[in-house]
Design a protein around this ligand. Sequence first.
Ligand SMILES: [Zn+2]
Length: 61
Amino acid sequence: MTKPSLHGRYMGAAAAVREHDASCATCSRDRRCAAWRRLFDVLERLQDAYLTHQRSTRGTS
Ligand SMILES: [Zn+2]
């Protein structure tokens, strides 16, 4: 198995947040549980890294 790409991990984190949304009984649109926050924290960091990577490879500002 190869190591997942940054994009793959970003997509995986986004899917984990969506799956949690669909299955968690505690979360609502306005109020999220601690588990959701942890997942979202990971997603935000991967999103930042992914967008930074895209900018640096495309050379646009
Ligand atoms: Zn939740």
